[in-house]
Ligand binder design. Structure first.
Ligand SMILES: Cc1ncc(COP(=O)(O)O)c(C=O)c1O
Ligand SMILES: [Zn+2]
Length: 418
C-alpha cells in the first residue's frame, strides 16, 4: 500500500507523509494505491458478502488501516439501498435505487470518512483532531471523536443550520463558528492545525477521507449483486449510473476511487457513469467540466443546499476527472428544484433528505426530462444527508399543517377522505 500524488503521480510509502505531496502543496492530494493481487489473495467478493459485519469495516482489506482496535465503535455504513419502484414508475425507469446514507449514526455520508480518519488518528497516536466543515463532516467527526474519546475542534460557518451546530455541541466538540464562508473556515482550520499540531481531517487535504467515502461505492455494487439474487456472489454488480451531489467534490471522487478499486480487482465488469449534481448557485465543478478543463475557478456561491454551498471546491479537479473518465455528466439544479425534490422523495419512497441530498434526485428528474437516461438502465441515487439536518428548509418544502379546535366537529368539517 502506498500514497500517490494525484497531480504528478509520484508515490510514497504509506504513512511517510501525513497530508499532501511535498512537491505540489495543497494541490498535491494523495490517493492510496493498493496491491490488488495481494487483496485478491486474502479476500474475495464471496468472503465479504458472507460477512456479518454490517458496516464499512466489512471492507477492512480494502482500507488503509493497521489495527482493528482503532475503529470507532459506532456503526457506520451498510446503509439500506431501496428499490424505488414508485418513483421509478413515475420517471419511467425500471431499475431505480435509492441509497439512504441519512441512516448513518450522525445522519450523513460523512460518517464514512470521519470513521476512517478517526481510526487513523488513533493509529498515529494523535491528541487532537480538527476539521473545517459546512456542517455534516464536522458533526460526523464530532460523533466519531466522541466515540473514541479524542478531543475535536470544529470550524463551521456561522450560517450553518442549527441542527448541525447542535450536533457538534452535544458530542462535546470545541465549536468555532467562523464569521465567513466555508472556504474561509477551511483555510483557517488548516492554519490552526499547522500552528497547534492538531490532526487535520480537512477534505482534499487528509488522504483518508476519500478512502472512507469510497465505501459507499463498494456497498452499492455489493448490494446490487445481493438484490439480483445470484448465488454464490462471485462478482459484484456495477449500476449504469450513480447520481451524487457535489460540493467540494470529495464524495464523487471517493465513489470513483471505490469503483476503480473494484474494477482493478476484477470484482465488477464495468464502470458506472458518474453524474455530478450541483446547485445552480454553486456550480464551480460544472463550470470547469463544461469548459473542458480541470482547472477550477472560484465563484461566489449561494444555494439553499448549505452542504454544497462551496465557492472553491477543494477536490474539484478529481470530481471533474471522475465525471469525465466515466463518461458521466455534470447537471445543475435550481434551489426551487431542490426543494421540490424533497417531498417527492419523502412521499414517493419515504426517504427524508436534506437539500444537498435531494439535489441528487432533482438532478435525476432533470436528466430524465432531458431524455438522457434509458428506461432499462440501472440507476442509483445517493441520499447523502437526512432531512432533519435542516428543518427550516424542510418546512419550506413540506407545506402547512391544519390548526383545529379540539372537537370532532372540527375534524368533520375538513371532509378528510381515505
Ligand atoms: C449532505 C451532503 N451532500 C453532499 C455533500 C457534498 O460532498 P462533497 O463536498 O464531498 O462534494 C456534502 C458535503 O458536505 C453533504 O454534507
Ligand atoms: Zn505531486
Amino acid at each position: 500500500m502506498r500514497l500517490q500524488c494525484t497531480l504528478c503521480g509520484k508515490t510514497y510509502a504509506l504513512d511517510s507523509l501525513k497530508y499532501v505531496c511535498p512537491d505540489h502543496g495543497n494541490d498535491g492530494i494523495l490517493d492510496v494505491v493498493y496491491d490488488y493481487a495481494e487483496i485478491n489473495r486474502v479476500t474475495s467478493p464471496e468472503k465479504i458478502s458472507a460477512s456479518r459485519e454490517n458496516s464499512i469495516w466489512r471492507y477492512w482489506d480494502l482500507l488503509p488501516l493497521k489495527n482493528r482496535a482503532d475503529i470507532p465503535k459506532l456503526q457506520v455504513g451498510w446503509t439500506p439501498m431501496y428499490r424505488a419502484k414508485f418513483l421509478g414508475a413515475q420517471l419511467g425507469l425500471e431499475n431505480l435505487y435509492i441509497k439512504d446514507d441519512g441512516r448513518n449514526p450522525t445522519a450523513s455520508y460523512k460518517d464514512r470518512p470521519s470513521a476512517v480518519v478517526v481510526a487513523k488518528a488513533r493509529e498515529l497516536g494523535e491528541r487532537v483532531i480538527t476539521t473545517a466543515s459546512s456542517g455534516n463532516a464536522g458533526a460526523a467527526l464530532a460523533g466519531m471523536a466522541a466515540s473514541a474519546h479524542i478531543p475535536a475542534v470544529i470550524f463551521v460557518p456561522e450560517s450553518a443550520p442549527q441542527a448541525k451546530i447542535t450536533q457538534l455541541l452535544i458530542y462535546g466538540a470545541r465549536v468555532l463558528l467562523v464569521r465567513g464562508t466555508y472556504d474561509q473556515a477551511s483555510d483557517l482550520c488548516l492554519a490552526a492545525a499547522k500552528e497547534f499540531g492538531w490532526y487535520c481531517r480537512n477534505t482534499a487535504y487528509n488522504p483518508y477521507t476519500t478512502e472512507g467515502k469510497k465505501t459507499g461505492a463498494l456497498e452499492i455494487c455489493e448490494q446490487l449483486a445481493i438484490s439480483s439474487l445470484q448465488s454464490p456472489i462471485s462478482k459484484w454488480l456495477a449500476p449504469d449510473r450513480i447520481f451524487v451531489s457535489v460540493g467540494d467534490g470529495n464524495i464523487i471522487g471517493g465513489i470513483w476511487k471505490g469503483l476503480r478499486d473494484l474494477f482493478a480487482l476484477g470484482w465488477i465488469d464495468k464502470m458506472p457513469k458518474l453524474m455530478g449534481i450541483q446547485a445552480e448557485g454553486s456550480a464551480a465543478c460544472y463550470n470547469a467540466w463544461k469548459a473542458g478543463t480541470e482547472e477550477i475557478t472560484a465563484i461566489e456561491a449561494h444555494t439553499i443546499a448549505d452542504s454544497i454551498d462551496v465557492g472553491l471546491p477543494r477536490d474539484g479537479r478529481r470530481a471533474v476527472r471522475a465525471v469525465r473518465a466515466t463518461n458521466g455528466e455534470f447537471i445543475t439544479v435550481s434551489d426551487e428544484e431542490i426543494l421540490q425534490a424533497m417531498p417527492q422523495l419523502a412521499r414517493g419512497e419515504a426517504v427524508f433528505a436534506e437539500p444537498a441530498a435531494s439535489a441528487a434526485y432533482a438532478g435525476l428528474v432533470k436528466a430524465v426530462h432531458a431524455q438522457k437516461i434509458d428506461r432499462d438502465e440501472t440507476v442509483v441515487v445517493v441520499i447523502t444527508g437526512n432531512g432533519l439536518k435542516d428543518v427550516k428548509s424542510a418546512m419550506r418544502a413540506a407545506g402547512e399543517a391544519t390548526v383545529i379546535e379540539p372537537t370532532l366537529e372540527a375534524v368533520k368539517r375538513l371532509e378528510i377522505r381515505d
